[in-house]
Ligand binder design. Sequence first.
Ligand code: ZN
Length: 249
Amino acid sequence: MLRKIQLGSLVLGTALLAGCAGANMQGLTQAGGSLFTAATLSDTQVQTLSEQSCAEMDKKNKIAAADSTYGRRLNTIMSGLQNTGLNIDAKVYETKEVNAWAMANGCVRIYSGLMDMMTDDEVRGVVGHEIGHVALGHSKAAMQVAYATNAARGLLASTGSAALTALSASQLGELGETLINAQFSQRQETAADNYAFDLLTKNNANRQAMVTAFRKMAQLDGGQTSMLSSHPGSLDRAQNIEARLKNAK
Ligand SMILES: [Zn+2]
């Protein structure tokens, strides 16, 4: 994602609506031969790697102070995303980039560029979606793939759990980058949207804002559904939520 920032907001917007981040299909393809390695990561290893990768991403970004405008908005946003049963740690990165992502350990990061273009209610819908990826196990699977991808590239050892404890800061940084650029399937994206809808319902939060959030993303993308045909476009996602709102009445 960070490498794509040069390309402008169109690509950034597209990346967000294509999933949670930009595509990294080439890397996933390269990893194809050693995907078996991914399955060897235990839940504990996934948690540890997620914690370490998130910490490394934090080091490379400016985190908004709790008493800043972004920090206060984050509090408001997260107050409507309670009772997930997860250990969520949410922070804001101060950057013009439009993005948000989560890792399997409950690390949730929201870019201020996204907050600048959306209301608190709209951001809450997006963050609910990211939490959905964690709750539904997508983030765990993404770490498995990210690990295999980087192992296939020779960026880290591909065998043995001992290697996990020996990852350098740069290796963890690469892992984090791979992870936040990971592509989710259409089925996973829709499931995460529906999870967000249910979570907002549980919190008596504004569900209609998910629709306007997706429409804003669609505008960023110039009306294109998605750069990748295998992923739901923002307008399709808005329609899914509109249908759920209708059925909920
Ligand atoms: Zn997503």
